[in-house]
Design a protein around this ligand. Structure first.
Ligand code: AMP
Ligand code: MG
Length: 327
């Protein structure tokens, strides 16, 4: 079968842009995870990505744009929202803003009056956005609820439903964007991500000393489905904070791992950025060891304790959701 994975050269980016123009879907790399993109102005194209991901229709998509100017043409920014965008775009920050566009498909926003927007920091993503010249709706390129893709081959889970996959190698960060919603005197973190709360605080504290930043913990009222308890999940069960894995567990260590223990180290030198970059790939590889090797005695996954600060807090957030028993 013809491979759908292509190098992101200018010829292929032009081809990808034509596919989007015709209502097709293209997987492309970003610095966070791979996205499955469609023309955000085209209802049918957007419907196709919900179907490909088996994503509930009430879970709105993030709109990707090439720069702040384009974002301002589709949404209203308050002073603080503008400040955040100017400081963190391009980058792993998604802002939930008041929708100011009649053109963006209502399917993208699931009928809400708000719209989630981001400018990615990845040369292929930006080239595609510039070449296409319109906003691209792009959720992560995985089946809804499963592990996000951080390599082009991971997006093959969706290959029936996409016309093209642009290969950007490993995603530089490997964790989803941080989603923020600003209100009167406050910023709510709807989803923790690769932009940390500490980093946000540091940057805004001089201009906005009184603003409160709070995490919307997963609860009864779900503003952002990234808050759903079971999400980002491997197929196998996952045990957290494990120092001594059993023989039946594939181990994801943090730091060096004894040779006698089967598994992977998220980061030999305990570097959180490296652990974030490896996390989803290793969860997928662990799943393969358990489910695809008929001679395997492995039954589940165990993960070492990860320090709960900075990027570690976001890694722990994903691990907690991934570990919620699903069966
Ligand atoms: P994904 O695209 O898979 O990374 O998921 C995007 C996340 O953004 C989901 O959890 C959405 O619920 C959230 N999101 C998108 N638009 C909005 C919005 N208007 N309000 C709140 N959350 C949103
Ligand atoms: Mg996702």
């Amino acid at each position: 079968m013809e491979s759908k994975i292509f190098q992101p050269n200018s010829k292929n980016i032009l081809k990808a842009s034509k596919i989007l123009q015709e209502g097709g879907s293209v997987v492309f790399p970003t610095e966070t995870v791979y996205g499955i993109g469609a023309n955000a102005l085209n209802d049918k194209a957007v419907e196709r990505i919900y179907a490909a991901k088996k994503r509930p229709q009430n879970n709105p998509l993030i709109v990707h744009v090439e720069n702040l100017e384009r974002a301002r043409s589709i949404a209203h920014f308050s002073k603080i929202e503008l400040f955040l965008a100017e400081n963190f775009w391009p980058g792993p920050l998604t802002l939930v803003l008041n929708n100011g566009s009649q053109e963006i498909s209502k399917k993208v926003t699931a009928g809400l009056r708000t719209i989630a927007i981001r400018v990615p920091k990845n040369t292929t993503a930006i080239s595609l956005l510039k070449t296409f010249g319109k906003p691209i709706a792009a959720p992560s390129a995985n089946i809804s609820g499963e592990v996000s893709p951080t390599l082009a081959t991971h997006a093959l889970d969706l290959k029936k439903d996409v016309e093209m996959i642009l290969d950007g190698n490993y995603c530089e960060i490997g964790l989803e964007s941080t989603i923020l919603k600003c209100g009167e005197g406050k910023i709510d973190i709807l989803r923790e991500g690769s932009l940390t709360r500490e980093n946000i605080k540091k940057v805004i504290s001089f201009e906005f000393p009184k603003i409160e930043i709070s995490l919307q913990s997963p609860g009864k009222e779900i503003i952002s489905p990234g808050q759903l308890l079971t999400h980002y999940s491997p197929k196998s069960n996952l045990r957290l904070n494990v120092l001594e894995p059993s023989k039946e567990e594939v181990y994801l260590a943090f730091g060096s791992k004894k040779a006698s223990i089967e598994g992977f180290s998220l980061s030999e030198n305990k570097i959180l950025t490296e652990a974030a970059r490896n996390l989803y790939n290793y969860l997928r590889l662990a799943d393969e060891m358990i489910l695809e090797d008929p001679n395997s005695n492995k039954k589940s996954i165990a993960v070492a304790p990860i320090p709960n600060y900075g990027l570690g807090a976001s890694i722990n957030d994903r691990l907690l959701r991934a570990s919620t028993l699903k069966r």
